[in-house]
Each structure stands twice: as C-alpha cells, then as structure tokens.
Design a protein around this ligand. Structure first.
Ligand code: HEM
Ligand SMILES: *[C@@H]1O[C@H](CO)[C@@H](O)[C@H](O)[C@H]1NC(C)=O
Length: 325
C-alpha cells in the first residue's frame, strides 16, 4: 500500500515535470554520443565570427525566428532558390535584410569535418542563436536539440506566417498563437528589437505618410522621427539602415521596453504593444525588471525553438545547409 502510494506520487511528479518541459521530442545534450564536440564547435565558430562582425548576433537571432515561423524550425530559411523555385530567403521579408548565412555555412563545414551528416542545419541555427544571445546580452539557455532539416522552402510560405511590421497587437497575437506562443511570449520575444538594425522601408510610412494622412505617425516620438528623417528618404530606394534602439543598439537588453514606453519603438508592431492593457503590463514589467525579462526571454526562445519541429525519421540531415540532399 505504502509502496504503491510512493509510486503514484513519483509517477505524478514525473508526469508534471515531463509536461512542464515539453520539447516535442527534442532533448538537451542530444549530440552527446554522436558528436560530443558539436555545441562547442558551434560556440567557438560563432564567438570568433562575432569578434570580426558583431552585427551577426542580431542577424542570427532573427534568423532563428524566421526559420521557426515558416514551416517550423527546420532550416528551410537556409535553402537557396533554384531555377524552378523561389526560396524563403528570397522573399522580400528576408532579402536583403536577413544576414548571417555565411556564418551558418562556416559552422556546418566545421561540423561536417568532425562528424559528417550528424548535426542538422536547424539545430545549428538554434545553437548559434543561443550563443549570440549570450555574447550580446549575457542571456543563456540550454538548447533542446534533435531537429531534422526540411526539404521544402518557398517564398509563398511567408505571407500568413511571418508578421509584417505594420501589424497591430491583435494580428501579432493571432500569428504567435498559431505558432503555440502566448501573447506574453510575443511581447517578451519582441525585446529582441533592442539589438540590430532596420531598413528605412520597414517603418518610413511612420515618418511621412502614415495611414495616408500625408503626415507622420503622431504616436512616434517627435525627436526620434526628426532624427530618422535625416537618414531615411521619403520613398526608398535608396534604403539605408538605422539602429532599432538608439540607447544600447548592440546589446540585447530590456532597454527596448524603456524606449517603447517613451514612444520610441521603431515599428507599428512595436508601438502597438502599448495599446492594450495586458501587453502594456508586460512592457512595463520588462522595462522595470531586467532580470525577469531575461529569464522570460530565455524560456520563450526555447519554446519558439520547438515550433513544428521535425524529429526521428522525418526530414533529413542536410550535408550542405543551402541544398537539399
Ligand atoms: C513581433 C513581430 C515582429 C515583427 C513584425 C518583426 C519585424 C522586423 C523587421 C521589419 C525588422 C527589420 C528588417 C529590416 O528592414 O532590415 C526586424 C529586425 C529584427 N528582428 Fe524582428 N520582428 C518581430 C519579432 C521578432 C522576434 C520574435 C525576434 C527574435 C526573437 C526578432 C528579432 C529581430 C532582430 C534581432 C532584428 C535585427 C536584425 C539585424 O540587425 O540583422 N524579431 N524585425
Ligand atoms: C514568389 O516568387 C515568385 C517568382 O519569383 C513570384 O512570382 C511570387 O509573386 C512570389 N510570391 C510571394 C508571395 O512573394
């Protein structure tokens, strides 16, 4: 009797802990046997690259997001277009703004020389995004791995899966919910906009002709608008880039939220987070408590990394991240 009660309690605890961390078949330490050096090779290659070019940190963090939201985290964002097929990376949402493909190639080449055909391109992006967040924001998480690579990549999968910067809070919430992420996680992940750059074309409607009013967006801080106009033409091209957050543009931190509360978010999709009480609350907490935001960001990135993953015998381990086997 006593034994069976102990057993039931243990079984319940096991179920509770297993459901608390549901990684959809992914496992921390997945390459421990097949390629024990995998994660350190990724880290070493990424850290070396960031010394040369720190702008790769935001690029790779964004790449993980764009990979996961389109056909799941399956490395489909890395596949090159072919004569008959325009790939995801050549959609206007990614080309020319998405960077860092050569770094992923470099990591893949290093891994292939040590453990050929073992580590997926999708896992490389997930590891690299974690290492970039550590380097740029001192934020760390363990990456559940075992993703397999997809064989399909089409520019036609972008609409409806990647949110444009014109989206409002309802549209953003819906698209994140479709990916299994909550409204709170959407706000927490938007904090990635504390690092990196944007092309003027992603927000220039807010400077000159907002909602066809012939004037700028009245909810954009006037001083920031003035400053952005110095760089951004009325109608791109040319289409220069500006930092997305001006206080600490190369650090992944909670300053995004502090700036947002001053109407200094760059996109409509940033500003809109202030327009609804529950999302505003998350912005306020993230602005006031950096360590809470960091912890939640790490958790949300892990969750984002489980989106519609391929595991087991699904998909493949690509030999070259740009080409299906
Ligand atoms: C909430 C919906 C989101 C929208 C509408 C959005 C939109 C955008 C846009 C338009 C840009 C600038 C592209 C350009 O013109 O160069 C950008 C940049 C960026 N986004 Fe997002 N994004 C969203 C969420 C996220 C998430 C969830 C992450 C990662 C967790 C992320 C990470 C980044 C980073 C790091 C950059 C800078 C890239 C660089 O410097 O190379 N974004 N985003
Ligand atoms: C995808 O690319 C094809 C060929 O370049 C183009 O005709 C089509 O409009 C693109 N679709 C989207 C949604 O961008």
């Amino acid at each position: 009797m006593k034994k069976s009660i102990t057993f039931s309690v243990l079984a319940m605890l096991w179920i509770v802990s297993a459901t608390a961390d549901n990684y959809y078949g992914l496992e921390v330490g997945y390459y421990g046997y097949a390629c024990p050096q995998a994660e350190s090779i990724v880290r070493w290659t990424v850290f070396k690259a960031l010394e040369r070019d720190p702008t790769l940190a935001p690029a790779i963090i964004r790449m993980h997001f764009h990979d996961c939201f389109v056909r799941g985290c399956d490395g489909s964002v890395l596949i090159d277009s072919t004569p008959g097929n325009t790939a995801e990376k050549d959609s206007p949402a990614n080309n020319p703004s998405l960077q860092g493909f050569e770094l992923i190639d470099e990591v893949k080449a290093a891994l292939e020389s040590v453990c050929p055909e073992v580590v997926s391109c999708a896992d490389i992006i997930a590891f690299a995004a974690r290492d970039c967040s550590y380097q740029a924001g001192n934020i760390f998480w363990e990456v559940p791995a075992g993703r397999r690579d997809g064989r399909i990549s089409s520019n036609n999968s972008i609409p409806g899966n990647l949110p444009p910067p014109s989206f409002n809070v309802k549209q953003l919430t819906d698209i994140f919910m479709q990916k299994g992420l909550s409204q709170e996680e959407m706000v927490i992940l938007s904090g990635a906009h504390s690092i990196g750059v944007s092309h003027c074309s992603s927000f220039s409607d807010r400077l000159y002709n907002f909602a066809n009013t012939g004037a700028g967006d009245p909810t954009l801080d006037a001083q920031l608008a003035q400053q952005l106009k110095l760089t951004c033409p009325v109608t791109p091209p040319p289409d220069p880039i500006v930092p997305m957050e001006t206080v600490s543009p190369s650090t992944l931190d909670n300053v995004y939220y502090t700036e947002l509360l001053k109407n200094r978010g760059l996109f409509t999709s940033d500003h809109t987070l202030l327009t609804n009480p529950p999302t505003l609350k998350v912005v306020e907490i993230s602005s006031s408590y950096p360590s809470i935001w960091k912890t939640k960001f790490a958790k949300a990135m892990v969750k984002m990394g489980t989106t519609e993953v391929l595991t087991g015998s699904q998909g493949e381990i690509r030999k070259n991240c740009r080409i299906v086997n």
